[in-house]
Design a protein around this ligand. Sequence first.
Ligand code: URA
Length: 239
Amino acid sequence: MMRLDKYLVSMQVGSRSEIKDFCKKGLITVNGAVCKQSDTKIDEDKDEITFKGKVLSYEKYRYYMLHKPAGVVTATKDHHDKTVLDLLVGVNTKDLSPAGRLDKDTEGLLLLTNDGELIHNLLSPKKHVDKTYYIKARETLNPEDINALENGVDIGEDTLTLPAKVTLLGEKEFLLTIHEGKFHQVKRMLLAVNNEVLYLKRMSFGSLTLDENLAPGEFRALREQEIKELKMRKNNGFR
Ligand code: URA
């Protein structure tokens, strides 16, 4: 149960005071009856609410896939830079958070949701959710570098990095799948083998793959099946 005005604010019908006004004007109905009191308690899962004759449906949880462009920070608010939330134009961004963080200059897949439990599960170090990055590097990877990256390198933490997977695509281009998410992890792993990341793009996150139809800066809602798979953690571990 929740207050009608709170529900309508979350549906972006208007501010709390505008909603009070809409109620007084008889523009809102609950289960077919005009509701003049904006503090009425409603059951958001069962009651049918209309505004100006249109039925509103409540989505408790919202899930979006963003193709993060470079130059945008993974934050919900920032005084200087554009944030990933600023890119979700036309969306109810209330309580949305990014699942993890991409650096300002990193592009690619970012999941944003208000499902805190899912974020917690995906980011928990114990869960080892795979993240695959496309990398353009300064130097060619030699077999020893690949071996080191795959078996663990020293990035200045207490322990070596966990097993990872390298898939070569070209001389200085490759995919790296890791299942940790330490600060600047990929960049630090490349530095550990005397190399450098020149371009970084996240291609997948757990069972979720970046939609190739999304240009940098574009986003879409997740499909039911994608949400289900993330929750089941299907394909969220490569070993
Ligand atoms: N590793 C990095 O170094 N940067 C990112 O943005 C993501 C992973």
